[in-house]
Design a protein around this ligand. Structure first.
Ligand code: ZN
Length: 161
């Protein structure tokens, strides 16, 4: 089978095939790094294998037999934890994006301190120093502070008209 017919017979989009096979423990070790995900003895960002991007695996030969095995494992619920985790991450990312957007929108032009605070949070999120859930907590607190700071000014400006 080729990628196209394999993808069609499972109803999976092509980019999903390898991660799902990995989750089902049906991928095979990367031919370049032998499954280590890194090339050479050290493990630094520079030694990450470019072929498998550090995952250490690759697509196995796509056969009808593999397809049947995939279907069997899916029916047995073996893909459920992976799909649930994907869904959780997707929702987490959406919540985080929303929290960032709300802070940006509430940030007044002159609020230099809060701006730096927001950028600090974003930087820590980008470098994985901060978990997304913890980032949402900080952003929500920042937003609450920005919203309460703005409230009197907003009242004042509408009264003036
Ligand atoms: Zn590799």
């Amino acid at each position: 089978m080729n990628l196209f017919s394999f993808s069609n017979s499972l109803g999976w989009k092509e980019p999903h095939i390898l991660p799902r096979l990995r989750a089902l423990e049906l991928s095979e070790p990367c031919a370049r790094c032998g499954g280590r995900g890194h090339v050479g003895f050290e493990r630094t960002p520079e030694t990450i294998c470019f072929k498998c991007r550090g995952h250490g695996d690759q697509l196995p030969k796509l056969t009808r037999k593999l397809c049947q095995e995939v279907a069997r494992r899916c029916v047995a619920g073996k893909l459920e934890p992976y799909l649930a985790e994907r869904k959780r991450r997707f929702e987490e990312a959406s919540t985080l994006r929303l929290a960032v957007a709300r802070c940006r929108a509430a940030l007044p032009e002159h609020a230099q301190g809060e701006r730096l605070e927001l950028y600090g949070i974003l930087r820590r999120l980008e470098s994985d120093e901060l978990e997304p859930a913890a980032g949402v907590v900080l952003l929500t607190a920042l937003h609450a502070r920005l919203a309460s700071d703005r409230a009197p000014a907003a009242c004042y400006s509408t009264e003036g008209r």
